[in-house]
Design a protein around this ligand. Structure first.
Ligand code: AMP
Length: 400
């Protein structure tokens, strides 16, 4: 079984050809700067340590996908000899609204519903749709499956996902908390459950910390709360996104600075977070290096980032009536010992005790970071969203 996993963004497209049963990656890569100058195609065959970076003209997603297929089918560095060897295509969809609580085979009706959710994710869903339509054009008849970032969080109870706005904003405009990074929260919490021996009852907090960052509370395998909201702007402080702020501040800043809606939107989504406070970069590594040089704003950005994570850990432990395990994932969660240490420091009263020596060593794979006498497990678990997409695609296509 070979599944092609597609994650199409507005100007980029990530892909993997993957065996959903074993997780083996046959080929992996990225089309970057689609529709912009200096676009390129990255292609890698991990089993052969083969890497290629080609400066390619990629004016559209269609051209990008054609080049991806050409690379995968290439007589020398390709990994398959015919398109027929691809059994199905799994697509990452950012927003499934309330319609999609599970991954689904893409039919004409499903496509229509996905299009109706465009206004909930105007930046992401159109690019995702473009990816699906292009695959349908290039590989007619191939089963396509949609895997939604929001689906895992559809189990949240109403008191967790409702905003205290006039009720008709929910019924008429669908304004509520949806949550994102669902495939990652699902993968990491499932892995953690397996490590714990699949107990009947479990309370897990997953901290997905990357450029985008979110936390979820997963009780008995179900998401019961998460930090992102109607859009991926709510919650934690992120690379360039502000996370939780007083909504009145938005109107205040917009009015005082005379900004348009889209300028204000860009200020909150692209100029805030680590970038907004540190001022020089949105990248965690740049911030950590600047701290070593004594940069005060970098120190403040890091302290704010950590404080927010800790606040959510406390809130979700309270919401679930305790916590058995705290997991870190994402570029920052998997790699920054400082962030992990900061996030759990001071939580000893909750039974959370980090092994700081183990935490500071960089080890691959799933790593236990809690001290032996910690009541709460702390783990680093590398996320694998593509594998979730491939597994769901396989399950749905084979059930058909
Ligand atoms: P992601 O969006 O999951 O790819 O994560 C990107 C973030 O991870 C960026 O802020 C990077 O600076 C951060 N990151 C990656 N490697 C490291 C590292 N070794 N130490 C600290 N942060 C890192």
């Amino acid at each position: 079984m070979k599944v092609l996993v597609i994650n199409a963004g507005s100007s980029s497209l990530k892909y993997q050809l993957i065996n959903p049963e074993t997780g083996e990656i046959f080929a992996i890569g990225l089309c970057d700067r689609i529709g912009i100058e200096n676009s390129k195609l990255e292609y890698e065959v991990p089993s052969k340590d083969f890497e290629l970076e080609l400066k390619e003209d990629l004016p559209t997603h269609k051209v990008a996908l054609e080049k991806v297929l050409a690379a995968i089918l290439h007589t020398e560095h390709g990994v398959i000899s015919s398109i027929d060897e691809i059994d199905a295509v799994g697509h990452r969809l950012v927003h499934g609204g309330e319609e999609f609580a599970h991954s689904t085979l893409i039919t004409a009706d499903v496509m229509e519903s996905i299009k109706q959710n465009i206004e909930l994710a105007p930046l992401h869903n159109p690019a995702n749709i473009m990816g699906i339509e292009t695959i349908m054009e290039l590989m007619p008849g191939k089963p396509n499956v949609a895997v939604f970032d929001t689906a895992f969080h559809q189990t949240m109870p109403k008191e967790a996902y409702m905003y205290a706005l006039p009720y008709e904003d929910y019924t008429e405009l669908k304004v509520r908390k949806y949550g994102f990074h669902g495939t990652s929260h699902l993968f990491v919490s499932t892995t953690m459950n397996e490590i714990m021996g699949n107990p009947k009852e479990s309370k897990i907090i997953v901290c997905h910390l990357g450029n985008g960052a979110s936390i979820s509370a997963v009780k008995n395998g179900k998401s019961v709360d998460t930090s992102m909201g109607l859009t991926p702007l709510q919650g934690l402080m992120m690379g360039t996104r502000c996370g939780d702020i007083d909504p009145a501040a938005v109107l205040f800043i917009k009015g005082k600075r005379g900004l348009t809606d889209s300028e204000m939107d860009a200020r909150l989504n692209k100029k805030s977070g680590i970038l907004g406070i540190f001022g020089k970069s949105s990248d965690c590594r740049d911030m950590e290096n600047a701290i070593k040089d004594g940069d005060e704003r970098a120190k403040l950005a890091e302290a704010m980032f950590i404080y927010k994570i800790k606040s959510y850990i406390g809130a979700y432990a309270a919401a679930m009536g305790g916590v058995d395990a705290i997991c870190f994932t994402g570029g920052i969660g998997e790699n920054s010992a400082t962030m992990r240490e900061g996030a759990v420091k001071g939580l000893e009263y909750m039974g959370v005790k980090l092994d700081t020596a183990v935490n500071s060593v960089r080890n691959k794979g799933n790593v236990k970071l809690s001290a032996e006498d910690s009541k709460v497990l702390i783990y680093k678990i590398p996320t694998n969203e593509e594998l979730v997409i491939a597994r769901d695609t396989n399950a749905i296509v084979n059930k058909k």
